[in-house]
Design a protein around this ligand. Structure first.
Ligand code: COA
Length: 246
């Protein structure tokens, strides 16, 4: 079994984050697989939508912390390419969240058109507490989506939140019981994939606004993120996480 499962279901490319023993924390190799899946979906006329979900009762605990530490020592940050790709992606994206959605596991939802989550799901954006900064355009897109008050509570104060708050804030389309989550998300993705493609993609493009502005913010965030990653605060927080069991 791969840690990113990709299957075709009619016109939908279904992508499942599948590293449950590590809470689906995203490694460089997982980002590589996600980038390939997005490229395939972008260019394949048979694919009309992408559905992203997580295996094992968790969506994603965010970037793999070990890979963050390795990046400081000159390792790759393939996640940077993933955020560029998901922000520039032109077909509809649907997310099915069950369980934890942390860091990029949460910010990637800002690039999804329809987001469904189980009532038990929990979201958190702990960047600042780790000595880091928001990424994936979250500093621009989150306040637009949920208002400055909530964006500040979530991104600056680092308050985690549940599915009810995420729904009330407009981050989610609906909460769906666990046993119905995937069926609902698949049905919605299939409906989108079956719509007149040109009209749907053009409407989506207008809805999502100025892509260049989002991509420029992503670059600015990444620049600051890389510097923050090398800071003593970030090193201390990330190392503490890696050493927690020792
Ligand atoms: N990177 C690397 N490994 C991670 C991870 C991450 N982001 N999140 C979880 N894991 C690993 C844990 O180290 C643990 O591995 P182990 O079993 O080998 O010790 C395993 O996944 C299970 O996680 P655990 O912490 O035991 O589960 P939990 O239910 O007690 O807590 C979280 C879950 C997500 C709250 C907690 O793991 C956490 O805070 N993770 C880090 C989240 C984060 O800061 N992400 C980056 C945001 S920028």
């Amino acid at each position: 079994m791969s840690d990113v499962e990709v299957i075709r279901a009619g016109g939908v490319l279904e992508v499942t984050l599948n590293r449950p023993a590590k809470k689906n924390a995203l490694t460089n190799s997982m980002y590589r697989a996600l980038n390939i899946a997005l490229r395939e979906a972008e260019h394949d006329p048979a694919i009309g939508a992408v559905l992203i979900g997580g295996a094992g009762g968790v969506f994603s605990a965010g970037n793999d912390i070990g890979d963050f530490v390795a990046a400081v020592q000159g390792g790759e940050m393939v996640g940077a390419d993933f955020v560029r790709k998901i922000a520039a992606f032109s077909k509809p994206l649907v997310a099915a969240v069950d369980g934890l959605a942390v860091g990029i596991g949460c910010t990637m939802l800002l690039h999804c058109d329809l987001v469904y989550a189980t009532p038990e799901s929990r979201f958190s954006l702990p960047f600042v507490d780790l000595g880091l900064l928001p990424e994936a355009g979250a500093s621009l897109l989150l306040p637009r989506r949920v208002g400055m008050a909530r964006a500040s509570a979530w991104l600056l104060a680092g308050e985690s939140f549940g599915a009810d708050e995420a729904l009330a804030a407009g981050l989610l389309n609906a909460t769906v019981a666990k046993d119905a989550l995937m069926a609902t998300a698949r049905e919605k993705a299939a409906q989108l994939a079956a719509k007149p493609r040109t009209a749907l993609m053009a409407a989506r493009k207008f809805l999502r606004g100025d892509k260049e502005e989002v991509l420029a913010r992503i670059e600015a965030e990444l620049d600051a993120f890389h510097r923050a990653l090398a800071s003593p605060e970030a090193r201390a927080a990330l190392t503490a996480f890696l050493n927690k069991g020792k």
